[in-house]
Design a protein around this ligand. Structure first.
Ligand SMILES: [Zn+2]
Length: 136
């Protein structure tokens, strides 16, 4: 096998591994606890990891959508308000839909690319490229 074939094989394996088993992707659910006037999303890092997005970006989105200031700490994302977990989960779901899931094949294997100053989700599973309809 020559180098080119090896490269192809490697690329193919990578594509296969990210396209997963074909099961429907489940949006991770926030585990939150209210402490005083704050809500702490304790599994925040895990959510960002599952969505494969920078935690800072997800935090910024949630803060804006929930109109609540917050910051990332070692305990998780601290939001400076008492928030019902349903509200937080709704926003995580919209983040996932807007910035993670491919609208064509519904898989989460996307990466964000900027083309001609337009941010796009590029799907590693089906190759679709779709514009992102939100400011991040
Ligand atoms: Zn796709």
């Amino acid at each position: 096998m020559n180098n080119y074939e090896k490269l192809l094989e490697q690329a193919y394996k990578q594509v296969k591994s990210v396209s997963g088993t074909g099961e429907r992707f489940e949006t991770p659910k926030a585990v939150g606890k209210v402490q005083g006037k704050n809500t702490i999303i304790t599994n925040f890092q895990q959510i960002a990891q599952t969505l494969r997005r920078p935690p800072e970006q997800l935090a910024k989105f949630l803060q804006r959508e929930l109109a609540t200031p917050g910051n990332i700490t070692s305990a998780g994302l601290v939001l400076k308000a008492r928030l019902p977990s349903q509200r937080v989960n709704d926003k995580i779901a919209s983040y996932t839909k807007l910035l993670v899931l491919c609208p064509v094949c519904q898989k989460p294997d996307t990466e964000i690319k900027t083309e001609k100053n337009v941010k796009k989700k590029h799907c590693l599973a089906c190759g679709a490229s779709s514009p992102i309809k939100v400011n991040i």
